[in-house]
Design a protein around this ligand. Structure first.
Ligand SMILES: [Zn+2]
Length: 164
């Protein structure tokens, strides 16, 4: 018998600023109170009678959320958005529109992605979930949902097969 265990229930939150880059445009800098939810699918462990211990799952979500909370989120892998560190500041240039920002380094979270979309945030969090699969052989898959607000967001699934 298979189980679905839910962690978060939209209670994990982070507030952050970002802008999404399009082919020719760049959104104005703005913020969201993001919501994060995690669902774990698997069999019930016969010894402990659970799919996964909530106490072990929570830190994976909390660490990710704390890394992004109250930051300006910047994509560090977009060729149209070179980011240069000068002392304690980042100079950020959106080349197609000759737009520039300067942010304090301490206020920024540089992410290994091309665009700061909920799809990419969800993908990053699924990658951080990978250690749980080796610790819990009964887990089949984990779904991660990241929402800009309730009703607008993205779910990303990672399965045991994705690890190889
Ligand atoms: Zn936005």
């Amino acid at each position: 018998m298979s189980y679905r265990l839910i962690q978060g229930g939209l209670t994990f939150k982070f507030a952050a600023a970002h802008f999404v880059l399009g082919d020719t445009g760049c959104e104005r800098l703005h913020g969201h109170n993001y919501l994060v939810e995690v669902q774990v699918f698997g069999e019930q462990d016969e010894d402990k009678n659970l799919v996964i211990d909530f106490l072990e799952l929570k830190p994976f979500v909390r660490n990710f959320v704390e890394e992004l909370d109250h930051r300006i989120l910047l994509p560090n892998e977009n060729p149209h958005l070179p980011i240069t560190k000068k002392g304690e500041e980042y100079l950020v240039e959106f080349l197609p529109k000759k737009k520039k920002y300067v942010f304090p380094v301490a206020d920024v979270c540089l992410l290994p992605i091309k665009n700061t979309t909920v799809e990419e945030f969800a993908r990053l969090l699924t990658i951080k979930m990978k250690p749980l699969f080796s610790k819990y052989p009964n887990i089949d898959s984990i779904d991660v949902g990241v929402f800009e607000y309730k009703g607008q967001g993205c779910w990303k699934k990672i399965t045991r097969e994705d690890l190889s």
